[in-house]
Design a protein around this ligand. Structure first.
Ligand code: 13P
Length: 247
C-alpha cells in the first residue's frame, strides 16, 4: 500500500511555496487566485501547496489539488501563548496543512527537537497534512556523510514516520536562501538513504528555481520541491508548476 502510494506520487510530483515572511494579506489573495485559475485553465492536477504568513491565512476557494497551509502554529487549540496561533485560528479558515521542523524554526527561532516532536504529535492527532522538514547545517555536511545522516536521523526523534498524512522535505540548511544548490549527486545520495528507511513522499528544498527545477525533479527519489525565494513571484511560481506538471 505504502509502495503503491509513493509510486503514484512519483508520477505526480508535488510543488510547494513557502512564503516565509513575505507577501501581504492583499498580495497573498491575488497570488492564490492567480495560481488557482492557472491550475484550472491548464488542467494541472499535481498537488500544489502554498504556505502564506499567518496574517494572510484565509478561506480560499481553490481546486482540490491546491492547499493552503500554515508555516507554523503552536500545539494548542487556544489559550495564553502570546504571539502564537492554535487550531482554533486555523479551523476558522479550514486550514488542515502545516509545515513542521523548518530549518529557520530550528536554527533561527531556536525550536528544539523536543518542541518540534510535541507539535508534530499534536497536529498528527488532529489529522493534519504535515510537511516535515529535515536537513543539516554546513559544518555537519563538511564532516561527512555518516555525520550528515546521523544528524538527519536525530531530527526524526519523537516523530511517527508511519503517519499517513506525512510528506518529508529534505532542505540542507546551507542551501536555503543562499543561491547554493546541492549537487545532484548529494541530493540523490541523501534522498536514497532517507527513502530506504522511510517510504513517504520526499521533497527537496534549497535554492530551487526555474533553471534548476527540471534537473532536480529528474533525480531519483525526489517526489517534488519546497521552494522559498524563487516562488514568491507568481509568474515564476506558475512556470515552475508547469515544469513540475510535465514530470
Ligand atoms: P529557498 O528556496 O529560498 O532557498 O528556501 C527554501 C526553503 O526554505 C523552503 O522552505
Amino acid at each position: 500500500m505504502m509502495q503503491e502510494q509513493s509510486e503514484q506520487i512519483a508520477k505526480h510530483k508535488i510543488i510547494a511555496s513557502n512564503f516565509k515572511t513575505n507577501h501581504t494579506r492583499k498580495s497573498t489573495k491575488e497570488f492564490v487566485e492567480n495560481v488557482n485559475k492557472f491550475l484550472q485553465d491548464e488542467n494541472i492536477t499535481n498537488e500544489v501547496y502554498i504556505f502564506p504568513t499567518a496574517t494572510a491565512l484565509n478561506e480560499f476557494d481553490t481546486v482540490s489539488n491546491l492547499s493552503l497551509g500554515a508555516q507554523n502554529a503552536y500545539c494548542v487549540k487556544n489559550g495564553s501563548f502570546t504571539g502564537e496561533i492554535g487550531t482554533e485560528q486555523l479551523d476558522e479558515f479550514g486550514i488542515k496543512t502545516i509545515l513542521i521542523g523548518h530549518s529557520e524554526r530550528r536554527h533561527v527561532l531556536g525550536e528544539s527537537q523536543k518542541e518540534i516532536a510535541l507539535k508534530y504529535n499534536y497536529y498528527k492527532s488532529h489529522g493534519y497534512q504535515i510537511i516535515y522538514c529535515i536537513g543539516e547545517p554546513l559544518e555537519v555536511k563538511e564532516a561527512g556523510l555518516t555525520e550528515t545522516l546521523g544528524y538527519i536521523w536525530e531530527q526524526f526523534d519523537g516523530i511517527d514516520l508511519d503517519y499517513d498524512n506525512l510528506i518529508l522535505a529534505y532542505e540542507p540548511v546551507w542551501a536555503i536562501g543562499t543561491g547554493v544548490v546541492a549537487k545532484v549527486e548529494d541530493i540523490a545520495t541523501i534522498h536514497r538513504k532517507i527513502k530506504k528507511k522511510i517510504d513517504k513522499p520526499l521533497l527537496y528544498g534549497g535554492s530551487v528555481k526555474p533553471s534548476n527545477l527540471e534537473e532536480i525533479l529528474n533525480i531519483e527519489n525526489v517526489d517534488g520541491t519546497l521552494i522559498g525565494t524563487s516562488s514568491w513571484d507568481v509568474e515564476q511560481f506558475k512556470d515552475m508548476i508547469s515544469i513540475t506538471s510535465k514530470k
